[in-house]
Design a binder for this molecule. Structure first.
Ligand code: BG6
Length: 567
């Protein structure tokens, strides 16, 4: 690697300038350039104050935005990206890092070492990343000056993950970067490879001594992508392998749903407001529905999906994470462990299913050919790299119950499907009927109150209640009160990966799943997978692409006099 220091980044893209008529705008305080990036807590505090002031001056036209961000800049560090040539790195990780860089949330002392099996020169690899960035960056057009500034900090390290020489050379290279770029021994190892490579990479990091934290403060952390294991046994084994090398505090297991702005807002909604918590229980809530609908199919990931299916791809992680945030008790504070303790308690309180319960309360489905958004699409079995007789489920619906004082007897209905009519993730809290119907004579029968939290798209929260229709008689109809992020804050939300990468660099593990949490979630999914394995082959395909899943999913609610909310 050429050990030259690169130039500082371009001026902040959103810094105030003179307007079109040349009038000087309100003078904003000067923000230190990245070259002067904060190195001590005092400098950091001062620079944060300046930034906040500048932001408040600019954001004056929208009072809801004021004072929103509490920005912290991570320590100087090296971001070591394994699987850098893969899809995830190109689609998600590098665009997220670029966005953090663009918005000055990364330190000046920052280098990305991309590790991959294919040979590349630094230049050739940067060119590939640039092409992907132009495709996948959420902010367009990509600012070339900012990119070339970040690109000058990206180097490529070629090697086989099974070869100790790769890691010995990596160790030397990282030490060199520490000296030349003042990254102070801080390293984040990001595993964006195939899951089968996780144990090998972790063991090799250990053998090369790359896990050792230094006494003078150099931290070492590892970010592990999902899926974490493919059942309880393999998850325990993987946790054990990871635990031989890293302490739990060094491990950041990603479930990117936890980084979504609206998912994080669930905590604020529940615990930052006084009026919802008193009614957030079995006395007032009839049931909860969590829906993740995707209109996309499997996007060329046939081989991956054949191994996972909706139960492993979604139920074990994203759906159970959403459920735990809806159902958890308030933590005493937002320490990573305090929060995760409460989440684990909820998952632990979910009744594990017997085979009979699985047959009764869990529905699986697979899409056949159909139409989505006005276009014909093939069935799952016709997708590339999928077995033409595949029994893999692309849809799952489950009725779960949580055996604790707050939720006993209240069903949580979860569903997820590929190739449904639209993309929509929503949590619906259905409240109970009024105890005594005073307005029975009303022309329309008002439905009970409902609170719908739209996770994506059209992020927002809707409350439904009955109101009197204007007129001389008493007619009650449902009306809604709607909050939408877009119109309230008039700003884009960060991508989940931006949030999570920044948190991992800052050492905040609250939005990452802990070892016990992952294992507990597998213990809910394991009996389902095991029961299905014993069953005769399901009659797949069981729903047409572009519909809301198999009829059995509707029956799951209908037998209790309920129905899925139309989204
Ligand atoms: C991934 C799943 O974890 O999440 C994919 O493997 C799914 O199957 C994706 O499509 C959905 O993520 P998002 O952020 O688009 O909702």
């Amino acid at each position: 690697m050429a050990r030259t220091k690169s130039a500082g980044p371009a001026a902040a893209p959103d810094r105030p300038t003179a307007d079109a008529a040349g009038r000087a705008k309100l003078e904003a305080p000067t923000i230190p350039s990245r070259r002067d990036a904060p190195r001590t807590m005092r400098e950091l505090r001062e620079s944060t104050d300046l930034r906040r002031k500048a932001r408040a001056d600019k954001g004056a036209e929208n009072p809801l935005r004021e004072g929103l961000r509490l920005e912290r800049v991570p320590d100087p560090n090296i971001f070591v990206l394994f699987g850098a040539t893969g899809d995830l790195a190109h689609r998600k990780v590098i665009p997220a890092v670029f966005q953090l860089w663009r918005t000055h949330l990364l330190p000046y002392g920052f280098t990305i070492v991309c590790v991959g099996r294919r040979p590349y020169t630094d230049e050739a690899f940067r060119a590939e990343l640039r092409t992907s960035l132009h495709r996948f960056s959420r902010v367009q057009p990509v600012d070339e000056e900012t990119w070339s500034d970040l690109a000058s900090r990206i180097v490529y390290h070629h090697g086989d993950f099974g070869d100790p020489a790769t890691f010995a050379a990596l160790a030397d290279r990282l030490d060199g970067i520490d000296i030349d770029h003042d990254t102070r021994g801080n390293r984040l190892y990001y595993l964006a490879t195939q899951p089968s490579a996780f144990p090998e990479i972790i063991a090799q990091l250990g053998r090369a001594g790359l896990d050792h934290e230094r006494h003078d403060g150099g931290w070492r952390r590892v970010v592990i992508e999902k899926p974490f294991g493919r059942d309880l046994e393999s998850a325990i084994r993987l946790n054990r392998e990871v635990g031989k090398v890293f302490r739990e505090q060094q491990v950041y297991r990603i479930d990117h749903y936890l980084g979504k702005e609206t998912v994080r807002n669930l905590l604020v909604f529940r615990f930052g407001n006084g009026i919802f918590e008193p009614i957030w229980n079995r006395r007032h809530i009839d049931h909860v529905q969590i829906t993740v609908a995707e209109s996309i199919g499997i996007e060329g990931r046939g081989a991956f999906y054949e191994e996972t299916g909706a139960s492993r791809d979604f139920l074990q992680n994203h759906l159970l994470q959403l459920l735990s945030l809806v159902a958890m008790e308030p933590p005493a504070n937002f320490d990573a462990d305090a929060l995760r303790d409460e989440k684990v308690k909820v998952i632990r309180a979910i009744s594990e299913m017997t085979p009979g319960q699985v047959r009764r309360d869990v529905v699986r489905g697979q899409y056949g050919p159909g139409w989505v958004s006005g276009k014909p699409v093939v069935g799952y079995r016709q997708e590339p790299n999928v077995d033409p007789a595949s029994e893999t489920e692309t849809f799952i619906a489950a009725r779960l119950t949580i055996d604790d004082w707050r939720w006993s007897g209240i069903p949580f209905y979860l569903r997820m499907g590929k190739r449904l009519p639209k993309r929509a993730t929503e949590i619906a809290i259905q409240f109970k009927e009024v105890p005594h119907k005073l307005f029975r004579e009303s022309a329309s029968d008002p439905e009970p109150n409902l609170l719908a939290m739209r996770i994506q798209p059209d992020e927002g929260i809707m409350l439904r209640f009955g109101a009197k229709v204007p007129g001389l008689g008493i007619d009650v109809r449902n009306v809604t009160m709607d909050f939408t992020y877009g119109s309230a804050f008039q700003t884009d939300s960060p991508d989940a990966y931006e949030t999570l990468i920044l948190d991992a660099l800052l050492g905040d593990a609250s939005l990452f799943t802990r070892a016990d949490e992952v294992e507990q979630a597998w213990s809910i999914v394991d009996p389902i997978i095991a029961t299905w394995a014993e069953e005769p082959a399901p009659a797949f395909p069981s729903y047409e692409a572009g519909t809301w899943g198999p009829e059995a999913a509707d029956d799951l609610l209908a037998r209790e006099g309920r129905r899925w909310r139309r989204i």
